[in-house]
Structure formats: structure tokens, C-alpha cells
Design a protein around this ligand. Structure first.
Ligand SMILES: NC(=O)c1cc2c(N)ncc(C(N)=O)c2s1
Length: 318
């Protein structure tokens, strides 16, 4: 095959395989059997071996790349990644809603989302390419873990969005991956991880991306940092936008037109939580309207327009 033909074939295979990967890892609705995916991946790897200079950054063969690092570089978050104030009971939630309405009884629309028990991360895309992934760190300075995040199959290596876009979410280890990992560790007489959150954090702190790649991590995106994207007026529109851009968002979010509906949602998920395939440690409640969020602003370290309801700590099953 001549070089131009190889370049066209590589481009077509990368696009096709990324679409297959999106269907499988983001939508959980594969359109082709695994064998077909594997066959196309083999064809792409062979072409890239024959023409290494034709490799492109968003090729699925580049997910587990990079040599082990000596250390992680520090990175600055231009838009700080803030922590959330906590609520521990119904009254705390009602007090939050009262403050959010400025003490009036004017009804406020909230968005409730599951609080994923993982590691807060930031993903930056430039001209559609995934260029940097970082931990939250202390909110203003995090660590560059790009090579490890590239191994998470539900993170797109390219999106159809020009300019700079920074999205934020939670990387986590699904229950199934956690149980398998601890079983393997016990067989090797290694210390098991105490919980999926520690396992996810430990995996993303690996200096060798080949180890992170084996940990079957996943991610849900739920917000943006730096983005001059199309103007929208609510957080719920933001969640829809993230989904349209090809990001994996958690499907259980719900718009609540008053605090009673928020409490209903919290009650439902307190019961339903054990049936999820991943760990959650609470519910995040946000004011939906972005102008109202701006009016409410921030305390020194948290937004006034959001709160994290924390589930009561589970008694350790002895
Ligand atoms: N610290 C934070 O701001 C957040 C932390 C989390 C989390 N662990 N899970 C979900 C959300 C969400 N859907 O907004 C947030 S927001």
C-alpha cells in the first residue's frame, strides 16, 4: 500500500475504532462484536508499525503510552476546583435551600446528582485533542496524570470542539474492578485496598501507565472549568452539552423544582445505593440557574449554590 493510501486507511480506522470505543465504554451499547473491534485494532497496529510516522495522537493504540515517570509534574488550575459544603440531614438541606433563595420563599430549581466516591479530575482539550489530565490537588495546584487518564477507555482522546475546553469529573473504580483487584492482590499476598476510592487514587498515582491501564477505572464528567463555549443558562443544559460532546455523564441526575423533591431524591438513593455498580458517598445538590449561581457566589472555599448531602457512615460489617 502506498503511503498516502496508508495515511487515509489509518485515519479511517482511528475514527471507526474511536466510534466503537465510544459506543462500548460511554454508551454501553456496542454496535459490533468484540472480535470485529479487535480485528480492526490489529489492522491499525500493523499499519502504524509499517508507517510509524503516520501515527496520530488520538489513535486507540496510544492509550497505554509513555514510559514510567520519575514524578508527576505540578499543574495550576486557572479556575480553582473547589470543595463542597456538607449537609448531614433534612434540616441542613432545608437551611441550604433557604439560604439559596436569599431567605425568601421564592421557589428555586435544583439539580441533584449522585456524589461519586472517587478522585476529582480535570481534563483539558485543545482544538479537539485531549492534551492534559490533572488531579484536583489542593484545588489550585494538582498533578499532571495525563498518561494515566489516557488509559481510561471512556475518556475520549478527541472531541469535535475547537478552542480550549476543560471539563471536570470523578474518576472511580467500579465495584467489579475493585473486587477483582483485591482478589488478585490477596493471591499475591499484597495488602488489599480498603475501598474503591483508595484503589482509584492508588491506581492514578502509579508512575507507570501500564499499571493504571490494568485497573479498569471509569469516569463520570459533571462540570466545566475553562470554556468560552456556547452560552447556556442552566447546569442541566451543561450536563446535556457534556453528553453531546461525547463525555460519559451519570444518567441518574434529576431536576427538582423545590427542596421537597430534593429530599425525595435523597431518600430514594439512600435506599437504592447498594444496587449501583459503583460507590457513591452522597448526593450533590446544585442551584440549576447559572445566573442565580453567580449571584450566590462563593465562600472562601466552597460555592454557596451547591451542597453535598453525605450519607451516614456505614457501620463496618464485622
Ligand atoms: N467537590 C465537588 O465540587 C464535587 C464532587 C463531586 C462528586 N464526587 N461527584 C459528583 C459531583 C457532581 N455531579 O457534581 C461532584 S461536584
Amino acid at each position: 500500500m502506498d503511503k498516502q493510501k496508508a495515511a487515509n486507511q489509518i485515519k479511517a480506522l482511528v475514527e471507526l475504532l474511536n466510534q466503537y470505543g465510544y459506543e462500548y465504554y460511554v454508551l454501553d451499547q456496542p454496535s459490533v462484536p468484540d472480535a470485529e473491534y479487535d480485528e480492526k485494532l490489529r489492522e491499525l497496529s500493523q499499519l502504524e508499525q509499517e508507517y510509524p510516522e503516520l501515527k496520530v495522537d488520538d489513535s486507540p493504540t496510544q492509550r497505554v503510552g509513555g514510559k514510567p515517570l520519575d514524578a508527576f509534574k505540578k499543574v495550576q488550575h486557572n479556575v480553582p476546583m473547589l470543595s463542597l459544603g456538607n449537609a448531614f440531614n433534612e434540616q441542613d438541606l432545608r437551611d441550604f435551600a433557604k439560604r439559596a433563595s436569599g431567605g425568601t420563599d421564592e421557589p428555586i430549581t435544583f439539580v441533584c446528582e449522585l456524589k461519586i466516591d472517587g478522585l476529582a479530575i480535570s481534563l483539558t482539550y485543545e482544538n479537539g485533542k485531549f492534551v492534559r489530565g490533572a488531579t484536583r490537588g489542593d484545588g489550585t495546584t494538582g498533578e499532571d496524570i495525563t498518561n494515566n487518564l489516557k488509559t481510561i477507555r471512556s475518556i475520549p482522546l478527541s472531541i469535535k470542539e475547537k478552542g480550549t475546553l476543560e471539563v471536570r469529573g470523578e474518576a472511580f473504580m467500579p465495584h467489579k474492578s475493585f473486587l477483582a483487584l483485591n482478589e488478585a492482590r490477596e493471591e499475591k499476598e499484597e495488602e488489599p485496598f480498603a475501598n474503591p476510592r483508595n484503589a482509584a487514587a492508588g491506581s492514578l498515582r502509579q508512575l507507570d501507565p501500564k499499571i493504571a491501564a490494568k485497573r479498569n477505572l471509569d469516569i463520570f464528567l459533571y462540570g466545566v472549568g475553562e470554556w468560552d463555549g456556547s452560552p447556556i443558562s442552566t447546569h442541566s443544559e451543561r450536563l446535556e452539552q457534556l453528553k453531546q460532546l461525547g463525555f460519559k455523564t451519570n444518567p441518574e441526575w434529576r431536576k427538582c423544582t423545590n427542596i421537597d423533591e430534593v429530599i425525595e431524591y435523597v431518600t430514594y438513593w439512600t435506599e437504592e445505593r447498594p444496587n449501583l455498580s459503583y460507590e457513591i458517598d452522597g448526593i450533590v445538590v446544585k442551584v440549576d440557574d447559572l445566573n442565580q449561581q453567580e449571584e450566590l457566589g462563593y465562600t472562601a472555599k466552597s460555592p454557596r449554590w451547591a451542597i453535598a448531602y453525605k450519607f451516614p457512615a456505614e457501620e463496618a460489617i464485622t
